[in-house]
Design a protein around this ligand. Sequence first.
Ligand code: KIV
Ligand code: ZN
Length: 394
Amino acid sequence: MDIVRIFDTTLRDGEQSPGCSMTVPEKVRMARQLESLGVDVIEGGFPIASRGDLEGMRAVAREIRGCTVAALARSRRDDIDAALDALSGAAHPRLHTFLATSDLHLHHKLRMTREEALDSISTNVRYARERCAEVEFSAEDAIRSDIDFLCEAVSWAVRAGATIINLPDTVGYAVPEEYAAMFHRVIEYLDGADGITLSAHCHDDLGLAVANSLAAVRAGARQLELTINGIGERAGNAALEEVAVLLRVRQATLGVTTNIHLDKLYATSRLLTEITGVPVAPNKAVVGANAFAHEAGIHQDGILKNPLTYEIISPEAVGVPKRQLVLGKHSGRNALRAALVEIGYAPTPEELDECYQRVSALADKSKHIHNRDLLTIAHQVLRKRGTPSAVAAE
Ligand code: KIV
Ligand code: ZN
């Protein structure tokens, strides 16, 4: 089965999101966790950007031995030199250089002609390749670039020595069919792109980053650039945990796999939250607090009979400690019985009925039923039996 390589950019693109900057020791801690998660590449930073970025990148490069470490550089010699310096201690270094290829960026941001862009790509990719065994070239804003010029630009990068070509949707503008079509065109232009790894890098401005990453894989991309919890510029990047689970759950249909150890996803997400202090939305797929919580009575009943009824992957498979049957105004008797048994009560059908009425009444007034509420209700109802054996496991 084909492997899709996972390029994690939590420490670079992710760190660019507001409130997510990390100190050097925090970056190293996160990088170790990413290595044990099984990512293939860790992008550790953008060394020219600041002293801190350079130091962080150096420390990550020295620490990580089990996977590739990438450093980002614009298509400029001073950037590339800073990145090479930061990578000097790496076991498996990759120089990642980029230049925008859309007319919008070339004209308004870089004030460059297309010819100057081609020259810059050729000169700087060659310069990087002479000093680093592995070079990735990213055509920034690829999706809004003129497709013929994009093809030409990436072929110049390939001729200059880049073996990984990344086609980013820098502004999260693409729809999946369009993103896939761009990959098809580039692969065709490169005569099948033998020996070249095509890479996707999607931002989430329209909420399509994961869908676009999937479209790219179906069109032939074999590297995906992702971040933990989907952090990144503006609306963020495609979330690593979502893509990894997607590729595993739908493996039979997609025919590809990754090297990610799914059972480490939750711990990795939690570590990032702990380091940055930026919380994950409760309804976030895979790692959100409600991702494996069930409140509706019909769902709870199904889950208790067979978890597959309402779960496409088990919480344990992604390292979430336990599924939650949430007691609230939508929950049912079976979930309530399970919760009571869990806290040591074995209600008769009548007692369960009375507990249920009380829980429902409370749930109408308050958003959450806490364990202490359940304990109080159970104690009041089961105490009526008049024997201490009311409190016992079944
Ligand atoms: O979004 C983007 O285009 C990038 C590149 C630098 C890869 O982050
Ligand atoms: Zn980006």
